[in-house]
Ligand binder design. Structure first.
Ligand code: SF4
Length: 349
């Protein structure tokens, strides 16, 4: 066991998102894997484990803590121009070969990954957010579902200070966990990494159907939801696959913003190609023709003019101009188009 692993295990506290089974295993339902964990073993994420019949979960540390533009999460329909105090931890319930945060997400699974931790208390994180003028605290960088209890501890301290909560997640959740999070988490970003169940399982270790179900549950439970698809050449960039994602989203709600973002070679797919701008332009057109009202290109700041902006779906007035994570102009008036008064979905105030 590495020193980081030892420290993480020492800080762990008993979790809430589990139940004991008659045969002594612990059924963790923090994420869609729903692991049944034997005494002395960990779940798939490697950070939740059975110690003497209790499910121990991440607590008392962060791995990465900084104020980010809310646009970086990315949330484009949430408090434009504001900052989110963003914290990450270790571990993930997926093992994507193209992970862009693998040093922390795969730290306890891959000996090549390495990331340090910093011990901290929930109240300190809430206070830091306030001191730094952040209006949101985001659990991000690794998969937040695996440390849901820790996020709730932080957000319990943050809510009385007027701060709001966000999850930047792969969406491989359970309905029960989303219900547990709902009082504390306002904004939820989900990845749809493709639209083929077998490929999804092979590439991530998770189930696509779980992720799609999460998006339906999130909308049903009243979270503000934005969806990201990292468009990877040769993996998920066909018209057919992008079209299937867009049609699924449009069926759930045409108001869900869909971010199609550029991939850069990383981790175990470092021999692949970066996403060319014309692929993102094509993905945007596919989203729009499926009926989605807000489709954005990401990770190619300034290289696809107009594709980062919010436009009124009724009169086409340019409402929010962006370049990368920067807001160049915001013409919304009380969340509405100033020209035709169409209400623009999102959380603006
Ligand atoms: S969070 Fe998911 S992967 Fe981790 S132990 Fe629980 S069910 Fe398993």
């Amino acid at each position: 066991m590495t020193s980081v692993e030892e420290a993480v295990q020492k800080l762990a506290q008993e979790g809430e998102l589990y139940e004991k089974e008659p045969d002594g295993r612990l059924h963790c339902w923090a994420c869609g894997h729903e692991c049944r964990i034997l005494e002395g073993k960990t779940g798939i994420c490697r950070v939740r484990f059975n110690r003497k019949g209790k499910l121990m979960v991440p607590d008392g540390y962060v791995c990465g803590l900084q104020a980010d533009p809310i646009e970086k999460k990315p949330f484009f329909h949430v408090l434009p121009g504001e900052s989110a105090l963003s914290f990450g931890m270790l571990g993930c319930n997926f093992s994507c070969r193209f992970c862009q945060n693998w040093l922390s997400s795969q730290a306890l699974r891959d000996p090549g990954a390495d990331a340090g931790i910093r011990e901290i208390q929930p109240g300190q994180i809430a206070a830091l957010a306030k001191e730094n003028g952040c209006r949101v605290i985001a659990s991000t960088y690794n998969e937040p579902l695996v440390s849901s209890e820790w996020a709730v501890k932080i957000l319990r301290q943050a809510k009385p200070l007027g701060l709001r909560g966000a999850f930047v997640s792969n969406g491989h959740a359970t309905r029960k966990t989303l219900e547990y999070l709902r009082p504390w988490v306002d904004f939820y970003k989900v990845d749809i990494k493709g639209f083929d169940e077998a490929k999804y399982r092979q590439m991530t270790g998770g189930q696509m159907s779980r992720v799609l179900g999460t998006i339906e549950d999130l909308i049903d439970l009243g979270f503000w939801v934005e969806v990201v698809t990292l468009v990877i050449p040769g993996w998920n960039d066909s018209d057919q696959e992008l079209g299937a994602i867009a049609r699924f989203l449009a069926k759930v709600s045409k108001d869900i913003p869909w971010h199609v973002t550029a991939y850069h070679p990383d981790y175990r797919m470092d021999d692949s190609r970066p996403t060319p701008p014309e692929t993102l332009r094509r993905a945007c057109a596919i989203g729009q023709s499926a009926g989605l009202r807000f489709v954005y290109a990401g990770n190619l700041a300034g290289r696809l003019p107009d594709s980062e902006d919010t436009v009124c779906p009724s009169c086409k007035k340019l409402l929010i101009e962006r370049s990368g994570f920067m807001i160049r102009a915001n013409r919304l008036s009380n969340g509405c188009c100033p020209k035709c008064a169409t209400k623009i979905p999102g959380v603006w105030e």
